[in-house]
Design a protein around this ligand. Structure first.
Ligand SMILES: [Mg+2]
Length: 426
């Protein structure tokens, strides 16, 4: 089936967000990146003054004394990014979170579901994004990701550019080969040495030519997509919301150490929250389970005042409950946690600067934690409250763990992690 891919690209994203958050900045030339002394992002008005990204602030102030210079606020930008993905997901589950200000969406087949043309669907999503976030988006539409990305760049700002198959050559003719997504500086030089300066010239080559010049696979894919084919699959985020997320773990030997049992619970909470963040779920209720040596179970449910997947908030809500549940001088052998009444982040209340904004301050830190734990192994970074559980070695697993620990410590040397309230391990 012919694909219909959309690409959304926030116009001057960071600068536009600053303007959306503070009405006094609207329509004015503004620059972000004060903290690093050079422009990180420029509003459309600032770009019109001939300022550019990376330009030193000193020079900017000299040239335009009236310009507004602000510090970057990456927490706010990442909240806006998550809202952007969530809004697009209301229309199709096939969304790739490509970068903080860009995403792809596959709307193939949805014209029947919506009884609208693909153009109308694209515009509907664009309008929703712009009305909800207060910033404009460049939107491209085409049979492949490469073509959709050419479309979103075409008519800035706030453009919508559908590129139907028959229009592809006319567009590619005007696109320098170096501006095609995925073609870097080295490949641009290689291709221009072969006489190719536009995307169209590359697309018009045949397979024999690609073989003859030993064009590598990623570039053959770009070539194929420029011709209207589809090779670059969307990297989809799992956005299915499960009914609940449960994490339990038995430890041995059984323990009556209150701090140790709480650390086990804390570790389970961290694991459950990481899983919830992976699927964009927030819990409105959390269940705790303690299991003793003689198989007595204790369970408690705790409602959360705001839906969350932040382990710090959940731990805070559970501390008192745990103290009530824990019976001294009983041997415990397992703890468990279940996150329940899950809501997808797209369905969260949108009071960005109300109570949920406070919760979302942790978004950037938690996503950094998730990245580190994905890259360097789970529990590379964890809460201090989980430390006793993370350090605990199961007697029979000791040998296996030791190997893993050595590997981890090598990685640790490469990357020192120092976050204010998180326990540093190893
Ligand atoms: Mg952008």
């Amino acid at each position: 089936m012919e694909r219909t891919i959309l690409h959304f690209d926030g116009d001057s994203f960071f600068a536009s967000i600053e303007q959306a958050m503070d009405y006094r900045l609207r329509g004015k030339p503004i620059v972000t990146g004060a903290e690093r002394g050079a422009a990180t992002a420029l509003s459309i008005e600032a770009k019109r003054l001939g300022l550019y990204r990376g330009m030193p602030m000193k020079e900017i102030r000299e040239r335009c004394p009236d310009i507004v210079v602000v510090n970057s606020n990456y927490t706010a930008y990442s909240v806006y990014a998550r809202r952007m993905y969530a809004i697009v997901r209301r229309y199709t589950p096939l969304v790739e979170e490509y970068s903080i200000d860009e995403c792809f969406a596959d709307i193939t087949g949805l014209e029947h579901a919506y009884s609208m043309t693909y153009e109308q669907i694209a515009l509907m999503i664009k309008h929703d994004l712009e009305a909800s976030l207060g910033i404009t988006f460049g939107v491209g539409m085409g049979p492949s990701k490469v073509i959709a990305k050419i479309g979103s760049k075409h008519n800035k700002p706030a453009g919508f550019t559908p590129i139907a198959r028959e229009l592809i050559p006319a567009f590619l003719e005007k696109v320098p080969i170096g501006s095609v997504w995925g073609i870097g500086r080295a490949m641009t030089l290689t291709l221009s040495a072969l006489g190719i300066t536009t995307a169209l010239q590359f697309a018009q080559k045949d397979e024999a030519w690609l073989r003859e010049h030993k064009i590598a696979k990623p570039y053959r894919e770009i070539w194929y997509e420029l011709r209207g084919g589809f090779t670059k699959q969307l990297a989809l985020e799992p956005d299915q919301i499960p009914g609940s997320i449960i994490k339990t773990r038995t430890f041995s030997p059984p323990s009556k150490d209150k701090a140790f049992v709480f650390a086990q619970l804390s570790k389970n909470i961290e694991r459950a929250c990481a899983k919830a963040r992976g699927v964009g779920a927030h819990a409105r209720e959390v269940g705790v389970m303690l299991k003793s040596q003689d198989f007595l179970y204790r369970n408690r449910e705790v409602p959360l005042s705001l839906p969350t997947n932040d382990p710090m908030i959940i731990l805070g809500a559970l501390r008192k409950v745990f103290a009530e549940m824990f019976v001294p001088n009983i041997l415990y052998r397992a703890t468990g946690v279940s996150l329940r009444s899950l809501v997808h982040e797209s369905a969260l209340p949108q009071d960005l600067f109300g109570a949920s904004a406070k919760a979302s301050e942790q978004v950037a830190i938690l996503s950094a934690v998730d990245t580190l734990n994905r890259r360097y192994g789970s529990q590379t970074v964890h809460l201090a409250s989980s430390l006793k559980a993370v350090q605990h070695r199961e007697p029979d697993r000791q040998k296996k763990r030791k190997v893993a620990q050595v590997k981890l410590s090598v990685e640790q040397r490469k990357k020192t992690i120092d976050l204010p309230f998180l326990g540093r391990v190893h």
